[in-house]
Ligand binder design. Structure first.
Ligand code: CMX
Length: 440
């Protein structure tokens, strides 16, 4: 075993995998729910169909990572010396092993990721061959695929490996990929917006602070924000598009690079992660429309009605599972109240929060009128000068790697099989309806 986290992971997951196998053998016919026609046509919402050990989402309360809520994690996870927010290393450790890490364990993980963070030169060359107007998410996904040359899993599989050992090279891929993502993401940022003037990594820094540094931002507050940001976006149980995409590709034994690139392609959709870019675009358009400044609540109301009348969604609002204000929104609001209560864009975000739920809750078809994580995140970044909003989803993606890759490694250790749900045609359903009507 190369590292303590690997040993802790093996010690927790291998007995768990054996226990689950027995549980399925003994209780396999237990019914977990029924499937309705409406669910089949509405993106399988509420249909239980997969195992995710890293986190669980409650519609009313929000996300819990291995049983811990976001406020609990902000309190309990180790922090950098003098830091106010948890280190994302800690949430990864927790999701992978099921145990809260000590300060030493988190520091060891920072050091291990630093030691694994070298990105092969051909990845930068490939990025440099793309026009700088290539969307940062396209660059990010392409760079992840380009790094696949380094996949330990692919290499071991080609050599020949027993099924029971799949988790080991997948763990290696997961650790290497997570370690390299900040370097790749910061490279994309600097080449796209800052004339390819690259900044060398900060030796001995934690994963989040080093990322902020390589992007060109240093200081206690931006490091704190980056640690918070990368912690709260890390996971949202298994059915969201980025987690599910990773799981689906991984179920075919695609390695971590292929699987995580799939996650990024899904996260790049405006109904998922790209909403964080869309929120800021929407707010800046609103401001421009009104000639700048802080819009009144009435002006925001009019703007929301216009957005809706044009057949568009209000970005940052609504959720497929949540039915209350997202605790990830609340955590960011708390951060903003502490550090930037007078910021104009932040105040617009808060005014939008005062107005939008009232409007959306009057539209019957909308199941959740409350803000999600993306409604707040951009305003915090802009406050510290990170104004290039088409990069925002890359930050989300760097964070999301922690949850989905932890689960990918867990899935291989549990021996979860290839995913292959059934599908039906509308004609099949029409026949089914006709049969049930005849039977009455
Ligand atoms: N503004 C306007 N209409 C909305 C809406 C919003 N914020 N949220 C939902 N609706 C509409 C849907 O478009 C849908 O309309 P149609 O029936 O005409 O297609 C209807 O209300 C029912 O949708 P729902 O069941 O409440 O929500 P879904 O589970 O289908 O979709 C989500 C969830 C997030 C895609 C949707 O709320 C949305 O589009 N929100 C805005 C985009 C956004 O913020 N996405 C980020 C989510 C968090 C993340 O993954 O990062």
């Amino acid at each position: 075993m190369s590292s303590n986290i690997k040993k802790s992971f093996a010690d927790s997951i291998l007995p768990h995998a054996a226990k689950v196998k027995q549980m399925v053998a003994e209780n396999g016919s237990l019914k977990l729910g029924e499937i309705t026609l409406a669910q089949v046509y509405s993106g399988m919402k509420g249909m239980v169909g997969m195992i995710t050990e890293t986190s669980k989402l409650d519609p009313e309360e929000g996300i819990r990572f291995r049983g811990y809520s976001i406020p609990e994690l902000r309190e309990l996870l180790p922090k950098a010396p003098g830091g106010s927010e948890p280190l994302p290393e800690g949430v990864f450790y927790l999701m992978l092993t099921g145990t809260l890490p000590t300060v030493d364990q988190v520091n060891e993980l920072s050091a291990e990721w630093e030691s694994r963070s070298n990105v092969p030169e051909h990845v930068f060359k490939m990025l440099d061959a793309l026009p700088t107007y290539t969307h940062p998410m396209t660059q990010f996904s392409a760079a992840i695929l380009a790094m696949r040359t380094e996949s330990v899993f692919a290499h071991e599989y080609e050599k020949g490996i027993s099924k029971k050992d799949y988790w080991d090279p997948m763990f290696e891929d997961t650790m290497n990929l997570i370690a390299r993502l900040p370097r790749v993401a910061a490279y994309i940022y600097r080449r796209t917006y800052y004339n390819n003037e690259q900044i060398e990594p900060l030796k001995g820094a934690d994963w989040a602070a080093n990322f902020a540094h390589m992007m060109g931002y240093d200081g206690v507050e931006i490091y704190a924000l980056m640690r918070l940001y990368l912690t709260i976006h890390a996971d949202h149980e298994g059915g969201n598009v980025s987690a599910h995409a990773t799981h689906l590709a991984g179920s075919a034994l695609s390695d971590a690079y292929y699987s995580f690139s799939s996650a990024i392609n899904g996260l790049a959709g405006p109904l998922h992660g790209l909403a964080n870019q869309e929120v800021i675009r929407w707010i800046l358009d609103l401001q421009k429309d009104l000639g700048g400044g802080l819009p009144t609540k009435e002006q925001i109301e009019q703007y929301v009605h216009r957005t809706l009348s044009e057949g568009k969604v209000v970005p940052g609002y609504g959720h497929a599972v949540l039915r209350k204000t997202d605790p990830r929104f609340a955590a960011q609001m708390e951060f903003a109240k502490k550090y930037m209560a007078d910021d104009d864009i932040v105040n617009i975000v808060w005014r939008v929060y005062d107005v939008v739920p009232g409007i959306l809750s009057n539209i019957k078809k909308i199941k959740n009128p409350w803000p999600n994580v993306d409604a707040h995140s951009g305003a915090l970044l802009i406050h510290y000068g990170i104004k290039e909003y088409d990069f925002f989803t890359v930050l989300f993606g760097v964070s999301r790697s922690l949850g989905v890759l932890a689960q990918l490694t867990i899935s291989r250790a549990m021996g979860l099989p290839i995913e292959r749900p059934g599908s039906i045609t509308s004609e099949w359903i029409e026949d089914k309806i006709a049969q049930s009507q005849q039977a009455v």
